[in-house]
Every structure is written in structure tokens, then in C-alpha cells.
Design a binder for this molecule. Structure first.
Ligand code: HEM
Length: 131
């Protein structure tokens, strides 16, 4: 029986393992290496606070992911297949490491946020929408 996500260390493990999968996946890694060459030392701590906030309501995350991803989309179209892969990798990571209420919450929230991102992208003016 796996444990549930219980603390900050678990969030860090989840985020680290997830981005290791993202980086080695040919269908979405280029967003992080070419479209926006991500500085991982900065990005990972942002993602820890983002997920800590979602799972434990810890506050601390002050960014605007919707704006970041609609901006990203105008550089390189974010398509349904990219979101599907992102979710698949995220769910696989959660399931490999954890099980329980918080683990389920993480998967539900990821799916909900990915859905809203796709709706926001679909609502962009035509010239920014590029499928
Ligand atoms: C097609 C799927 C996705 C791709 C390719 C993608 C790619 C990226 C990239 C390249 C960045 C860095 C942007 C930058 O530093 O300018 C980023 C940031 C981020 N992503 Fe995603 N993302 C995807 C989906 C998601 C989803 C579903 C979530 C949430 C559940 C998410 C949460 C975030 C957050 C919180 C940030 C940091 C925003 C900030 O700087 O405050 N992403 N993403």
C-alpha cells in the first residue's frame, strides 16, 4: 500500500519525478527546452509552492498560470494532444508514488486546471488561437 501525499517533501518528490518524465517525453519536452528554455532551478520551487497551495492551502503561490499558458500558446500552439500527454504523465507520476485522498485531489485539480486552460485558449482571438 502506497502512502498519501502528506507534506512538502512529498510534493517535491511528486514535482521532481513529474518533470523528469516531461523532460524525457519527445512530444512535450520541447515546450520546456526550446519554446521557453526553462531555468529548472527557478521553475521547480515555483511548482512546489503551486502544488503545496493546491494540496495544503499553504498560500505562497502568487503567479498567474492561465496568463503564462495563453502567452506560451501564442509562441507555440498548445494542442489537446499536448494537454492529454501532460495529464497522462502527471497521473502516472502520482499513481507510481502515492495513493489516497490528496493523491486523488492532485489528479482532479490537474485535470480541472488543464481543462480551464484549454477553454481559455479556445476563447482567444482568432489570430492567437492557431490550432
Ligand atoms: C500542454 C500542457 C502544458 C505545457 C506544455 C506547459 C508548459 C509550461 C512551461 C514551458 C512553463 C514555463 C513558462 C515560463 O516560465 O514562462 C510552464 C509554467 C507553469 N505551468 Fe505549465 N504547461 C502545461 C500544462 C500545465 C498544467 C495543466 C498546469 C497545472 C495543473 C501547469 C502549471 C504550470 C505552472 C503553475 C507554471 C508556472 C507559472 C508561473 O511562473 O507562475 N501547466 N508550463
Amino acid at each position: 500500500m502506497k502512502k498519501d501525499i502528506v507534506d512538502k517533501e512529498d510534493i517535491e518528490r511528486l514535482v521532481n519525478c513529474f518533470y523528469e518524465k516531461v523532460k524525457s517525453d519527445d512530444s512535450i519536452s520541447f515546450f520546456f527546452s526550446k519554446v521557453v528554455p526553462v531555468n529548472w532551478e527557478k521553475h521547480l520551487p515555483v511548482m512546489y509552492t503551486f502544488w503545496e497551495n493546491i494540496i495544503f492551502h499553504s498560500g505562497g503561490y502568487t503567479g498567474n498560470p492561465m496568463q503564462v499558458h495563453t502567452g506560451l500558446h501564442t509562441k507555440q500552439p498548445l494542442q489537446k494532444k499536448h494537454f492529454d500527454k501532460w495529464i497522462e504523465l502527471f497521473n502516472t507520476t502520482v499513481d507510481e508514488l502515492f495513493e489516497g485522498e490528496k493523491a486523488n485531489l492532485a489528479k482532479q485539480r490537474a485535470y480541472a486546471i488543464a481543462t480551464v486552460m484549454q477553454i481559455k485558449i479556445a476563447a482567444l482571438p482568432n489570430e492567437d488561437r492557431v490550432y
